[in-house]
Design a protein around this ligand. Structure first.
Ligand code: ADP
Ligand code: MG
Ligand code: MG
Length: 892
């Protein structure tokens, strides 16, 4: 089958829909050619060729070489120039580009085809000596680095020393002779490192570069990037061979990147930056700080207007914010790439809501696009302005507001050290002159990133936005001394480990500790900021209304206090899926009472201790029922093993003995009695209620008495009593009998009643497999997927990290696609869910089904729950909006 696809002159073999084979870049180059945009012609080698190359130790699939050469001849014909020609040379770029964008992760080589002969042809053709030698220099550097692994740093050092010798600071200040000098030193370096002469045969250059791009698919940083961004199942990278256009031909030439809207805020403005007399990589690499796009209006209004037109053409065509690369060659504009723009969650939200309002996209499209995994960042903290005012602090320097959010932490100057400090639990700000792909690990571990050089589209800015990490870039007043590990700014010297704060919304950086405070949305929800004063909140509200129109699975929350419950309701929770009662037994008098109960040696003594707990539990439930205002509330009866309530150290044991008026020996003996080798599989869950029914009775009484009181106050109330850790229906039936008996007593005492449900958690595999038997008397199931995963996979939740990390991440293993405690293991644990759902419904058609493990807030798990037709998912309060979004997305 065909492996190479040509594009040029308004025609293309490929289309926009062929991303899997042509990569995003290749497919869009074809597509833009077809819609008449000025794209330099070229051809794209399919990702299938890369897959073959990787699987066959660097061999080509049959016919690839010929197809490449045929397309090269076609390109030469169209361009009227020949690769390596001493009179009229064609130069090409060899560009990577996979189906999903992985910016800067793989390799690209520019100016290919240059050699000692064709450099003269280039001079003859363009009449521009400096440009020709500059291109030659660049080619040697890129080919040497990317294809042959000659350290980039060594090339930079040569360039720097020639600049020093000449006494200049910018590359553009080097003249022809200087460049020739650089080239001869480059060639010597190349030979020294590789042991070979630099290849002069352009076809040899071409195939070596194609191979290097193929190989870059599997370089460490590309692999890490795919892992971090959960990019799976792609064949490899495509390779785009494209005729060069030159931004380095002098002052009427240049190169830049632009976004059709602001990637930081989402505002509908043309946004970008460019450098005159420069080539592609210069903008991203942060070599010089580029100029804002708006200034191009003055420098070249014609090109500027053309770009603005293209901005609109691209948005109307792709119906999303685009990120485009352009080059101006002697006043003529070329478009080199477009893709859906990477942006912050703030930008996602605003751009999608505005596009819906503009009529460009549907609400469904908006909902489908916003990355649910990022959504939680909307609720992330910002710098506390009042703390800044109070302390009378002002910013020590200012850079570009490259990625929003506030951060404060200790500064480190290398990614490595940042990563280590973060691992010790420190809040870290990574400060670097500029970042490069090797720094990814340290960037991910940092609360904020500051760079001294580079613009809004520099590596640091792009990556930080992708990670949702606040970033201020291009703070030129900062000077790092890497050797001394110090940072100089405005006459001050900061050491590693000192505190800095940064504001990614404004670009301000501070050499002080500053408090960070909740996000705007959280402030509005908490009543501390007016809705009309927050456009972010308004966009959020509009967007969530689209979400609620689409989704039909309910989202509940896991909450144990009225405060959490209240916040969750504001965040859109439609009930409580899990209220853990044991959290209510800690603290103050309560722990004393429960310890009394544990020490009790008779039922009467236990009942007496429980009677002390009853009013406290009841108060808790009243608070929660009121906060929920009539929404269903699932309360789980006591679950953990009792020894969790006993003290561990001697001092606390002594205190307990004194409080309860017993000897330390009694306390110690009880501890020893309750000791278990495998407590998670021990005396816990419904097993407690079965051996000590009085515990269950007290809790059920507290729930029902609270419900009656709340109902009496005119507030609707829907308690759901949940029995944990059931494995066999007899356990459930036994507990339910006690519960109902106690409930009818309460009803009789109070002379009134309230509706309620009794159901169970499905968290023991046996329960899932016999769910039909349990469903005969259980009115609802809630999947406790933490325990269910632990028991189904045989992974101790508390001990699995040592092997589970490698199981998921090591490239030679990857036994599980995701950590099964984060994303449900669909094939195993998921099968148990499916069995339980089917069996449960076979007996009780309308059985209420939900999930309440950590998985309830995980978008991929939520999609699975939607496919099972569960009634609800339940998660912690701040994941509620994420779950709502994921639940809507699962329906689309
Ligand atoms: P990446 O995926 O890392 O962005 P690209 O393949 O897009 O790599 O290329 C890197 C830089 O080189 C970009 O700025 C791009 O615009 C520029 N570039 C690529 N091909 C050409 C070309 N044929 N002419 C001029 N500039 C090019
Ligand atoms: Mg690019
Ligand atoms: Mg459990």
């Amino acid at each position: 089958s065909k492996l190479v696809y040509f594009f040029g002159d308004g025609k293309a073999d490929g289309t926009a829909s062929m991303k899997a084979y042509l990569g995003g870049k290749g497919a869009n180059l074809a597509d833009m050619t077809l819609i008449g945009l000025p794209v330099p012609p070229g051809f794209t080698i399919s990702t299938e060729a890369c897959a073959f190359y990787s699987e066959h130790d660097g061999a080509y699939p049959e016919g690839l070489r010929d197809e490449v050469l045929t397309n090269l001849r076609k390109l030469e014909k169209l361009m009227g120039a020949k690769l390596g020609d001493p009179k009229n040379p064609l130069l090409v770029s060899v560009r990577s580009g996979a189906a999903q964008s992985m910016p800067g992760m793989m390799d690209t080589i520019l100016n290919l085809g240059i050699n000692p002969d064709s450099v003269n042809g280039l001079i003859e053709k363009t009449g521009n000596q400096r440009f020709a030698w500059d291109s030659y220099r660049r080619f040697i550097q890129m080919f040497g680095d990317v294809v042959m692994g000659v350290p980039h740093h060594d090339f930079e050092e040569i360039l720097q020393s020639v600049k020093n010798e000449k006494g200049v600071t910018l590359d553009t200040q080097l003249d022809v002779d200087d460049l020739k000098e650089v080239i001869s030193r480059y060639l010597a370096l190349y030979k020294k490192v590789t042991g070979k002469e630099f290849p002069t045969n352009p076809e040899e250059q071409l195939f070596a570069s194609i191979n290097a791009v193929f190989r870059s698919w599997n370089n460490d940083r590309a692999i890490k990037y795919r892992q971090m961004n959960d990019i799976r199942g792609l064949l490899g990278t495509a390779v785009n061979v494209q005729s060069m256009v030159f931004g380095n031909m002098g002052d009427t030439s240049g190169t830049g990147v632009a976004f059709t809207r602001d990637p930081s805020t989402g505002e509908n403005i043309f946004y970008g930056e460019y450098l005159m007399n420069a080539q592609g990589e210069d903008v991203v690499a942060g070599i010089r700080t580029p100029a804002p796009i708006e200034t191009l209006r003055k420098i070249n209004p014609e090109v500027f207007n053309q770009l603005v037109d293209i901005r609109h053409i691209l948005e109307t065509h792709y119906k999303d914010m685009q990120d485009l690369e352009f080059t101006i060659q002697e006043g003529k504009l070329y478009i080199l790439q477009t893709r859906s723009g990477k942006r912050t969650i703030f930008s996602w939200l605003r751009s999608q809501v505005e596009m819906v309002n503009e009529g460009l996209i549907s609400k469904e499209t908006a909902v489908s696009r916003i990355p649910a995994g990022e959504f939680g960042k909307l609720f992330a903290p910002v710098l506390d302005g009042s703390d800044i005012k109070k302390k009378g602090i002002s910013a020590i320097a200012k850079g570009l507001n490259a990625s929003p959010g506030g951060a404060c932490g200790q500064i480190y100057f290398t990614a490595d050290k940042a990563e280590k400090a973060a691992a010790q639990g420190k809040a870290v700000i990574l400060v670097r002159t500029e970042t490069s792909p090797e720094d990814i690990g340290g960037m991910a571990a940092s609360k904020g990133i500051i760079t001294c050089r580079g613009g809004m589209t520099s590596h640091a800015a792009v990556v930080a936005r992708g990670m949702g990490c606040p970033c201020v870039s291009g703070v030129s007043a900062l000077h790092i001394n890497y050797a001394k590990s110090t940072l100089e700014v405005a006459g001050r010297v900061l050491k590693e480990g000192d505190f800095m704060a940064m504001d990614g919304f404004t670009g301000d950086v501070y050499a002080e500790k500053i408090a960070v405070k909740p996000s705007e949305i959280v402030q509005v929800l908490g009543g501390n900021l007016k809705e009309e004063d927050s456009r972010l909140y308004q966009d959020y509200k509009a967007f969530m209304s689209y979400v609620d129109e689409i989704k039909d699975m309910a989202v509940r929350t896991n909450a144990d206090t009225p405060e959490d419950a209240t916040m969750a309701v504001r965040l859109g929770a439609e009930g409580i899926g899990l209220c853990r009662t044991e959290h209510m037994f800690f603290g103050g008098r309560r722990i004393i009472s429960i310890r009394k109960m544990i020490l009790a040696s008779s039922t009467e003594a236990r009942e007496k201790a429980l009677a002390e707990l009853l009013p406290m539990q009841k108060e808790d439930f009243i608070g929660i029922f009121k906060a929920m205002g009539g929404l269903p509330t699932t309360i789980r009866l006591l679950d953990p093993p009792l020894h969790e309530f006993l003290p561990n150290d001697d001092a606390s044991k002594k205190e307990m003995a004194e409080q309860l008026g017993v000897s330390i020996a009694v306390v110690e003996q009880k501890s020893a009695e309750l000791h278990e080798f495998n407590p998670m599989l021990g005396f816990r869950g419904c097993r407690l209620a079965i051996i000590y029914p009085e515990i269950l009775r007290m809790q059920v009484r507290a729930i029902i008495e609270a419900a009656l009181e709340v109902k009496k106050a005119g507030i609707a109330v829907h308690p759901e009593i949940m029995i944990p850790l059931v494995g066999i229906y007899k356990e459930f039936d036994y507990c339910k009998k006690h519960a109902e008996d106690e409930i009818s007593k309460v009803f009789a005492e109070k002379g009134t009643s309230v509706s309620y449900k009794v159901g169970t958690m499905i968290e023991v595999p046996r329960a899932a497999l016999t769910a039909d038997e349990i469903a005969r008397s259980a009115e609802f199931f809630s999947f406790g997927t933490n325990d269910l995963t632990q028991m189904a996979c045989g992974f101790s939740r508390d001990d699995a990290a040592s092997f589970l990390g490698p199981y998921v991440n090591d490239t030679d293993k990857q036994f599980y696609d995701y950590d099964p405690f984060t994303t449900i293991d669909i094939d195993g644990v998921g099968k148990l869910l499916k069995i339980a759902v089917d069996l449960g419904r076979s007996v009780r058609k309308d059985i209420k089904l939900g999930i309440c493990g950590e998985h309830g807030g995980d978008p991929k798990t939520i999609a699975f729950c939607e496919s099972l037709g569960l009634n609800y998912v339940s998660c912690s309060p701040f994941r509620v909006p994420i779950a709502r979004l994921a639940s809507a997305q699962a329906k689309l």
